[in-house]
Write a protein that binds this ligand. Sequence first.
Ligand code: NOJ
Length: 490
Amino acid sequence: MQFIVIALILQVCLGQDINDNSFPDDFMFGTATAAFQIEGAWNEDGKSPSNWDVDIHNNNSIVADGNNADIACDSYHKYKEDVAMMKAMNMNHYRFSIAWTRILPNGYGGEVNQKGINYYKNLIKELQLNDIQPFVTIFHWDLPQTLQDYGGLLNDSFVDWFSEYSTVLFRHFGDDVKWWITFNEPQSVCSGGYGAGIVPPLIKSPAIGEYQCVHNLIKAHAKAWRIYDQQFRKTQKGKVSISLNTHSHLPATDSKENRTAAETQQLFQLGIYANPIYLGDYPEIVKTRIAARSKAEGRSQSRLPAFTRDEIDFIRGTYDFFALNVYSAYLVNSIAEPPVTDPPSNWADIGVNTYQPDDWEKTSAEHIKVVPWTIRPLLNWIASHYNNPGIVITENGYPSWNGDKDDRRLYYIKNYLSYIRTTMEEDGVKVLGYTVWTLLDNFEWTSGFTQKFGLYEVDFKTLKRTRTPRPSSIFYGKVSKTRCLVEKCK
Ligand code: NOJ
């Protein structure tokens, strides 16, 4: 691992050649979106409001440009155009999410909204007609407001709400969908939505409850996976996993303290979710640190709830592959133990310092710096900690400003793919697919339309929402077709 990091730093300084070996024929190239960010039609055909609809309607100052997602890319009406764009790029799969509020407007099981079902059936049919695999995210942050009113993920009943909703999806779409993701980026949901917030994608509840959210979310994921396994797998033959997000965390220097600090940071961000699912139970360091700090705060119990033995066994092994969202990296160094604060923070629980050097190339998003070489140590970290599972990168992408800098998007994608190919070849890490975030510019949560991640540009100034391919989409389409990052592969 250390050797790899040093070798890679040298490689970066000396300049990286693009890998000229072909990707395997069954390697999947795709793009990703999410319902709330593209669909619009926020109150059409029986859809109920989600927490995001309500929070933004109540206070649009939480969005950088004051916009909302009522129309977004209008993909609810223009989905055929979206599929045609993917076809033009020779995509193998399309990762999209289903809006819970279209399927179960009440939030919980019972009344299924047929018009919502029809919309996704039509989308899936259109994908199949064009030979594109549907890759479905069950929950990508838009929770029915009816459930948010009862505490959302902080309510223990969330486990049942979610598994009932998942069951409806498996039943209606499972004959055609072979790839499922239960949750998108749990860390963003629990930290941004219910914690002190490292990333702010959801609207903040009071800064408590992050670990209660983690706990309920993991149980909900496991229950949905088990339902699929017991009731649907035999006939539908699909795969179910969870898209975990992390940056690559690298030790700032090779000292033992900094290596431990980087490991701790990675275990708090990724391991807190991955360890229970892939190995069983939370990482030891996560349990010990939160328990110790909770005690110092005068609490009788750890803020991190404990799984029972039965729960550990129930959760362990609830995966069919490893789904990873990754955009950038941080360097990590050790610090003195942070003082106890009220309210407590996830940052102090981890107890390390993370930073990005000034000379790392910036993008329009504060936390995304362009460091494609850092994917290699991260993939190796996952392979060595979780028994080398098949990895699908379910998000990776470059945010530009007002459509400019597409050349840097192209560079970013090309170089990420190059390091991924090298990691597969030289380190034996199993990477099964890669998914660019995102197909088209869309509603980037609290950044509104200011950050543009799209392979296609969208004109949000008119209701037509005209889509125009960027050069990076031409490049990516060629890669998917030729399986090769350079003019001619070996
Ligand atoms: C994380 C989320 O999954 C997605 O919704 C978001 O737009 C991108 N990454 C970019 O921030």
